[in-house]
Design a protein around this ligand. Sequence first.
Ligand code: PNS
Length: 168
Amino acid sequence: MRRPIKAVYPGSFDPITNGHIYIAERAAALFDELVVSVLLNPQKQSAFTVEERQAMAREALSHLPNVKISSFNGLLVDFLRQERSRIIIRGLRALSDFEYEFQLALMNRQLAPDIETLFIVTDAKYSYLSSSAVKEIFNFGGPVQEMVPPGVYRRLRERFPRPIQSQR
Ligand code: PNS
């Protein structure tokens, strides 16, 4: 029997957006198992704790039976070895992502030549979407309901309460 093929989709997911969900859905359709793994980086300031980010991802991806949510710290390639996976999934939105993603992929290849980074292109409607844009728009009172799953929207409202009149 062939061994199940497992891919890892890593990221900060602070918080998970509809763009991330789109990538996870497409990756989950390609592989037997997909591990969506949230980076735990004490050096990087995040709006949500790693537990909150995992909970939001778990809720948002609960319709995908072959997706598991986890977290990692340290090197991504070490996490892949621990998970016995050789595939990193990353989403690509625009050309502006490419330079950073290219560097990340080459760095990971330098560290672990047997591990492959695969890119999934986002849907055009998510090409502008990022976690930081969602947080910024929300904090300035803008509408983000169409950009994130309901659980994230609820937690944004709990985390960043704002006057009723500016809520849209
Ligand atoms: O969602 P993000 O913030 O773009 O994800 C970036 C992530 C988590 C994939 C990247 O920062 C990462 O893999 N960090 C772990 C540390 C690591 O392995 N660094 C070596 C490659 S430069």
